[in-house]
Write a protein that binds this ligand. Structure first.
Ligand code: UDP
Ligand code: MG
Length: 331
């Protein structure tokens, strides 16, 4: 189908979001209507909700919306795969029918009006447009500080990230095609996208309060996410352990010389303290080293299995296409 305006798909991962979907749909529909009216995007553009195995009525609401709102379509994962899994499922499915894709959270924390600028930049020829938070006043101080610390740590370890950018961005079909080639099991999408290259730019906005419901990212998930990001993209921790080991050997030699010296001149019995210290330090370092190496081996273990990263239960877009085809056949 030849189109002179792009088909936009907005991918929205949803996990137990029944409290927000009503308002989110309203806001996104308003933006879609505007863009269609101004001939910026095709009227076949899609708001694509990905239900990440919610235990509440999220999928029920998505089905309801699909029936009454011409933009809304839904993808239902067979269980909870996590934010990144849901996002990648949505992106990969959207690639088949979209010219460009915007990913956004369901809770309206990211300003939907930024999508206008995304589309403008896309028309200017940018393949990737990052939504970057200007202020983070609405996040807790703890979340803000840990995030800042995390970005600077990642930077020091040589992982290129766009600071203060979460997963609110536009990608062209071309960028998506390349993105899909990164078939790794340990997903850290915002680390992969900058690796794609292409012409890209930032758009700035203020991050708002979650519209309703609670954060689906408790501390435990946040730590796991940060750890995944770090160990999926950097071998710096392994190298650090090697340096540490090297340093310990040097110190060990120093201590050995001292012990020999003390014995030869026999002005002291060997100290319990130094013995205990070395046992504890060396033991600690070994444990640390084993732990970090184990982390990487665990990742290799996961990669080698090559398991699917998500499982789709229902895809309303495909169902719609099937209906269309069967109607054509009838005629
Ligand atoms: N989310 C998801 N699966 C999960 C956790 C979260 O799809 O296992 C979705 C959630 O519905 C939301 C987005 O990911 O649309 C971001 O989550 P949230 O707003 O809770 O994170 P925060 O903004 O607090 O970091
Ligand atoms: Mg949020």
């Amino acid at each position: 189908m030849a189109r002179n305006v792009p088909l936009l798909t907005i991918v929205v991962p949803c996990y137990n979001e029944e409290a927000t979907l009503e308002e989110t749909t309203k806001e996104l529909t308003r933006v879609m209507d505007d863009l269609v009216a101004n001939h910026k995007i095709s009227d076949e553009s899609i708001i694509f909700y990905v239900d990440d195995g919610s235990s509440d009525n999220t999928w029920g609401i998505i089905e309801e919306k699909t029936a009454i709102n011409p933009y809304v379509q839904g993808l239902k994962l067979s269980r909870n795969f996590g934010h990144q899994g849901a996002l990648i499922a949505g992106l990969e499915s959207a690639r088949d029918f979209s010219d460009c894709v915007v990913s956004i959270d369901a809770d309206l924390q990211d300003d939907v009006n930024v999508i206008y600028q995304f589309i403008d930049k896309y028309q200017e020829g940018y393949e990737i447009v990052y939504g970057v938070r200007d202020k983070r006043d609405t996040d807790t101080k703890f979340k803000r500080n840990t995030a800042l610390w995390f970005y600077s740590l990642m930077g020091k370890m040589g992982v290129k990230l766009v600071p203060n950018h979460a997963d609110y961005r536009l990608m062209s079909k071309r960028a998506l095609d390349e993105f899909i080639k990164y078939q790794e099991e340990n997903l850290f999408i915002r680390g992969i996208v900058p690796l794609l290259g292409f012409k890209s730019t930032n758009v700035y906005y203020d991050r708002k309060e979650r519209f309703a419901g609670e954060s689906k990212y408790p501390l435990k998930k946040m730590i796991a996410f940060a750890f995944d990001g770090l160990t999926s993209f950097s071998v710096a921790p392994i190298r650090f352990v090697s340096y540490l080991g090297f340093l310990m050997v040097l110190i060990g030699i120093g201590i050995a010389l001292y012990a020999l010296f003390a014995k030869v001149f026999s002005y002291t019995t060997s100290g319990w303290t130094s013995l205990m210290l070395s046992i504890w330090i060396v033991g600690g370092v070994q444990l640390l080293a084993i732990g970090i190496i184990g982390e990487y081996i665990g990742k290799i273990f996961k990669e080698t299995k090559g398991r699917p990263r998500y499982t789709i239960e229902k895809n309303s877009v495909l169902e719609k296409q099937k209906e269309y085809v069967s109607e054509l056949v009838k005629k």
